[in-house]
Design a protein around this ligand. Structure first.
Ligand SMILES: Cc1cc2nc3c(=O)[nH]c(=O)nc-3n(C[C@H](O)[C@H](O)[C@H](O)COP(=O)(O)OP(=O)(O)OC[C@H]3O[C@@H](n4cnc5c(N)ncnc54)[C@H](O)[C@@H]3O)c2cc1C
Length: 460
C-alpha cells in the first residue's frame, strides 16, 4: 500500500476515534505478525487497533471499507491455522481490551461477554456462582472467547459437552460495512429465520467481527474421577476408545498420548508417566458413585482392548496434574525444535485406522512426530518437529501432512477437527467438502463481504 494511502486511512481513524489505541510502531506490530502456526510465512500488519467498544469496532470497519483496507480480527493469537496472523496492508483488530464479563444471568443460565474475555477467566467467574462454561481448549488459560467463537474451538471435554458452537446462543456482530447486527439471544429455543449465530461461529473472522456473545451455562458438575489406561501399542488405545464409544459411555474426558508425547512431556516437565506405547486419560463427572461406575465400565473396555496397566487418580491434585500434562503436550514438543501441530479427524469407529495411517506416514518418511489429542472425538494432533532452519526437513513434513489430509478424507474424516482451515489447509477444503459446498460458502462470503476485506485468503 502506498505511504500516502496508509497515512490517509490511519489519519481518518485517528481523527474519528481519538481515544483509540492504534499501534503503528514496527516493533509493536511485530507481536501481531503471526499466530501459533509460526511455520507459516507471516506478514506484518499495517496497523493494530485495540478497540474498547463495539462502536469503535464499527467505525474502524466502516473506514477500512471506504479505503478498501482489509481487516484481520484477532483474539490472543493462539490459533494454529494462521488465521489471525497479519496481512500486509491490513489493519489487525485485536480484542484484548474488550475483556469484560457483562452479565451472568442465573435465571436464564447465560453469560454475556465481550470477545476478549479469556476462556479460563469466564470459567472461574461462573464457577463462583456454581455454574459451568464447558468449552475447554487446552489453551484455555491463554485464548479468548472471540477466538474460540472464530474457530469453533474444541478441547478436552467436547466428547460430553460439545464444541464452542454448542454453547453459543447469540452474538453481536459488526459486518463488513460497519453495520451492527444481533443474532440469537437468551432463548433456549428460537428458530426464527436462518441460524445466523452458527454461521458466524467457526467462520475465522471472514464474515464479521464478534463484539459480544451470549453463552450458555450449565450447573457445575461434580468433581471428576480419573483413570489412566496404558497400552503396548496404539491399536489397543484406539480399540479401547472405539469400545468405550460403542458401549454408550460418555466420559467427560477421553484423551490420548502416544509414547513420543509421553516422553516429551516427561522430559519437559519432569514428570514420571510410565513409558507406554500409548495412554488414555479417561474421566467421569457423573454424581457420586456413578462416576466410579462409569470408570469401571471404561476400564473393562480398556482391558478388553489389551490395556497393560490401569491406575486411578487418588485425589483431585493428582488428576489435575494428569490433565495438565496432556494440556502441555504441544509446549513439550516445542522444546524439541520447530513444530507443526496437525488436527486430523475421523469417525470414532475408524480411530485405529487413523492412528495406523499416522504411524505409517511418520515411519515411511522418517519424521519426528508425537501424536496426542481428543481421541473420544476421533480428533488427533500428530505434531511434527524438526531442527529450526532445516528447510528440507520442513518440506518433508509438509508432504507428510498433505498425505495425512488425503488419508483422513478417505476415511470419511476431516483435515481439521477444531483448529480451522485458516491458511494452513486451504488447498484441501474443496477436496473434503466438494466443489458444490465450497461454491455455496463463496456465495455466503460475497453476500456478507462483497469487497473481500474481512480476513481475506483465510478459511475459504
Ligand atoms: C498450547 C495450545 C493448545 C491448544 N489447544 C486447543 C484445543 O484443545 N482445542 C482447540 O480447539 N484449539 C486449541 N488451540 C488453538 C487455539 O487456542 C484456539 O483455536 C483458540 O480458539 C484461539 O483463540 P485466540 O483468542 O487465540 O484466537 P486467535 O488465534 O487470535 O484467532 C482465531 C480466529 O478467530 C478469529 N477471531 C478472533 N477474535 C474474533 C472476533 N472477535 N470476531 C471474529 N473473529 C475473531 C480470528 O480472525 C481467527 O480467524 C491450542 C493452541 C495452543 C497454543
Amino acid at each position: 500500500m502506498a505511504v500516502e494511502a496508509v497515512s490517509e486511512i490511519l489519519g481518518r481513524i485517528r481523527a474519528e476515534l481519538p481515544g483509540l489505541r492504534l499501534l503503528t510502531d514496527e516493533t509493536d506490530r511485530e507481536s501481531y505478525r503471526s499466530d501459533e502456526a509460526s511455520y507459516l510465512k507471516s506478514q506484518l500488519p499495517m496497523a493494530v487497533a485495540l478497540p474498547e467498544s463495539a462502536d469503535q469496532v464499527s467505525a474502524i470497519v466502516r473506514l477500512a471499507a471506504e479505503h478498501r483496507t482489509p481487516i484481520v480480527p484477532r483474539g490472543t493469537g493462539t490459533g494454529l491455522s494462521g488465521a489471525s496472523g497479519g496481512i500486509e496492508g491490513a489493519i489487525t483488530v485485536a480484542f484484548t481490551r474488550m475483556n469484560r464479563i457483562l452479565e451472568i444471568d442465573r435465571a436464564n443460565m447465560v453469560a454475556v461477554v465481550q470477545p476478549g474475555v479469556i476462556n479460563a477467566d469466564l470459567k472461574a467467574a461462573v464457577a463462583k456462582e456454581g455454574l459451568f462454561y464447558p468449552p475447554d481448549p487446552a489453551s484455555f488459560e491463554m485464548c479468548s472467547i472471540g477466538g474460540n467463537i472464530g474457530t469453533n474451538a474444541g478441547g478436552l471435554c467436547c466428547v460430553k459437552y460439545g464444541v464452542t458452537r454448542d454453547s453459543v446462543l447469540g452474538l453481536e456482530v459488526v459486518l463488513a460495512d460497519g453495520s451492527v447486527i444481533r443474532t440469537g439471544g437468551r432463548n433456549v429455543k428460537d428458530v426464527a429465520g436462518y441460524a445466523l449465530t452458527h454461521l458466524f461461529v467457526g467462520s475465522q473472522g471472514t464474515l464479521g467481527l464478534v463484539t459480544e456473545a451470549t453463552l450458555r451455562l450449565r450447573p457445575a458438575p461434580p468433581p471428576k474421577a480419573t483413570l489412566l489406561a496404558f497400552f503396548a501399542d496404539t491399536d489397543g488405545a484406539g480399540d479401547a476408545v472405539e469400545r468405550i464409544t460403542a458401549a454408550g459411555l460418555v466420559p467427560c474426558t477421553l484423551e490420548l498420548m502416544d509414547r513420543i508425547t509421553i516422553r516429551a512431556v516427561n522430559d519437559a516437565f519432569h514428570l514420571e508417566l510410565p513409558d507406554a506405547a500409548a495412554l488414555l486419560l479417561i474421566e467421569s463427572d457423573l454424581p457420586g458413585v456413578a462416576a466410579e461406575g462409569e470408570l469401571d465400565a471404561a476400564s473393562a473396555a480398556a482391558e478388553a482392548a489389551g490395556a497393560v496397566e490401569q491406575v486411578r487418580a487418588t485425589n483431585a491434585m493428582e488428576a489435575d496434574g494428569l490433565r495438565q500434562a496432556r494440556r502441555l503436550a504441544l509446549r513439550a514438543m516445542e522444546k524439541l525444535g520447530a513444530t507443526r501441530m496437525e488436527d486430523v479427524g475421523a469417525p470414532r469407529s475408524k480411530l485405529v485406522e487413523l492412528l495406523n495411517v499416522i504411524n505409517r506416514v511418520v515411519a515411511e518418511r522418517g519424521l519426528n512426530c508425537g501424536t496426542f489429542g481428543h481421541a473420544g472425538d476421533g480428533n488427533l494432533h500428530p505434531t511434527f518437529w524438526w531442527q529450526r532452519g532445516d528447510a528440507e526437513a520442513e518440506a518433508r513434513v509438509t508432504a507428510a501432512c498433505e498425505e495425512l489430509y488425503r488419508a483422513a478424507i478417505d476415511l470419511g474424516g476431516t483435515v481439521t477437527g477444531e483448529h480451522g482451515i485458516g491458511v494452513a489447509r486451504l488447498p484441501f477444503l474443496e477436496l473434503q467438502r466438494g466443489p458444490g459446498a465450497v461454491r455455496v460458502m463463496r456465495q455466503i462470503k460475497s453476500a456478507l463481504d462483497p469487497l473481500n476485506l474481512l480476513n481475506p485468503g483465510r478459511a475459504i
